[in-house]
Design a protein around this ligand. Structure first.
Ligand code: NAD
Ligand code: MG
Length: 395
């Protein structure tokens, strides 16, 4: 199977290359992308010898080309957003790992779907922003969408019918999305006003990129995943329930009308869903240790507290509002998380900024990619304006 790995230098990208390296006879890497991490990307190119490597800027492309030339590689170096779209849709590529973080991942992920590829979908923001457009295009092109997000991968594995993903046909009553609760599940509410980026990115169970780690701390990650589940499984908002499960061993559950509840369990290691989607419908070794239930001991469950995690409530509201609301939510969240990581916004300001942005951007339909990108642009501008106004007030 020939692969393009978008976001190869990130947490999911590195885990993907780890699984791929265990099966050299099975996978061939045609293209890799890494935005700015030129040295790591060069090292990855030395290992898998892709035909193409993509970086963000011309200057980084020049640096990478020099490193690859010194290593005696003939990998062609490309740069920019168009190059990402190009390597996502190469005719010789069978499968595309979509593991760029954030809205930047939408155009190439959509290009892979439009080209009818097997799309290994880690970039949940693409589906949150453009769910209707994305699902329609994927269906039209006959793309195979395989979720990498551990919860959605678990749901997929727990639905014993083909991945048209229509829970209405499958006798499904509810989807139960598990959530670890992140690093602040039990932190006193008054302490949350002063938590730092370092505390927010220190996730108890998963090792992930910085943006998704902050999203886990606010539980916006679970909110984005509710929207992702809505599109992937044709699930109405009121049939997707979030369950806090601090051990992160049950990755999600499907509750059927006859009372059966099916779940997928495993150690919290993204190589499991990655290997599952790479080999589907077969099974291959992922390098993940067998689950030791005796060591786990207990599985606990709690109802999420929406006062502690207002971002989760905002995401449900955006899903119910339809139109551009989810794209606005996503863009405002990206602006807010970046500001928090740069220490320009307190932790509790993240949800406030998103709510304020949703209030000011007018509702609109999003019939195509241009409309989605316009909603994204409007929301970023609005969120930045609100941030600037807050900063001016403090000064
Ligand atoms: P990360 O920050 O570790 O890596 C992000 C990758 O995207 C890097 O390769 C980076 O070079 C690239 N990138 C960043 N900005 C870019 C831009 N503007 N243009 C092009 N490329 C850009 O992130 P991650 O944790 O690997 O997450 C990747 C995606 O997978 C996210 O959408 C995240 O929500 C999703 N996801 C991650 C995990 C996890 O365990 N890490 C689990 C589920 C879902
Ligand atoms: Mg997840």
């Amino acid at each position: 199977m020939k692969l393009t790995i978008l976001g190869a230098t990130g947490s999911i990208g590195v885990s993907t290359l780890d699984v791929v390296a265990r099966h050299p006879d099975r996978f061939e890497v045609v293209a890799l992308s890494g935005h700015r991490q030129v040295e790591l990307l060069a090292e990855q190119c030395r290992q898998v010898r892709p035909v193409y490597a993509v970086v963000g800027s011309a200057a980084d492309a020049q640096r990478l080309a020099l490193l690859l030339r010194d290593a005696g590689l003939r990998t062609e170096v490309l740069h920019g957003a168009d190059a990402l779209v190009q390597v996502a849709a190469l005719p010789e590529v069978d499968a595309v790992m979509a593991a760029i973080v954030g809205a930047a991942g939408l155009p190439p992920t959509l290009a892979a779907a439009r080209a009818g590829k097997r799309v290994l979908l880690a970039n949940k923001e693409a589906l949150v922003m453009a769910g209707a457009v994305f699902m329609a295009e994927a269906r039209r092109a006959g793309a195979t969408l395989l979720p990498i997000d551990s919860e959605h991968n678990a749901i997929f594995q727990s639905m014993p019918y083909d991945y048209a993903g229509d829970m209405a046909r499958g006798g499904v009553r509810r989807i139960l999305l598990t959530a670890s609760g992140g690093p602040f599940r039990t932190t006193p509410l008054d302490v949350l006003t002063t938590v730092t980026p370092e505390q927010a990115v220190a996730h108890p169970n998963w090792v992930m990129g910085r943006k998704i780690s902050v999203d886990s701390a606010t539980m916006m990650n679970k909110g984005l995943e509710v929207i992702e589940a809505h599109w992937l499984f044709n699930a109405p908002a009121d049939r997707i329930e979030v369950v806090i499960h601090p051990q992160s061993v049950i990755h999600s559950l499907v509750d059927y009308e006859d009372g059966s509840v099916l779940a997928q369990l495993g150690n919290p290691d993204m190589r499991t869903p990655i290997a599952h989607a790479l080999a589907w419908p077969e099974r291959i070794d992922s390098g993940v240790a067998p689950l030791d239930l005796f060591a786990v001991g207990q599985l606990n469950f709690e109802r999420p507290d929406l006062a502690r995690f207002p971002c989760l409530d905002l995401a449900y509201r955006a899903l119910r509002a339809e139109g551009n609301a989810a794209a606005v939510l996503n863009a405002a969240n990206e602006v807010a998380v970046e500001a928090f990581l740069d220490r320009r916004l307190p932790f509790l300001g993240i949800a406030e900024l998103i709510a304020a942005t949703l209030d000011v951007v007018p509702q609109a339909a999003v019939p195509d990619l241009d409309a989605v990108l316009e909603a994204d642009r409007q929301a970023r501008a609005a969120a930045l304006k609100i941030l600037a106004r807050q900063a001016a007030k403090r000064a």
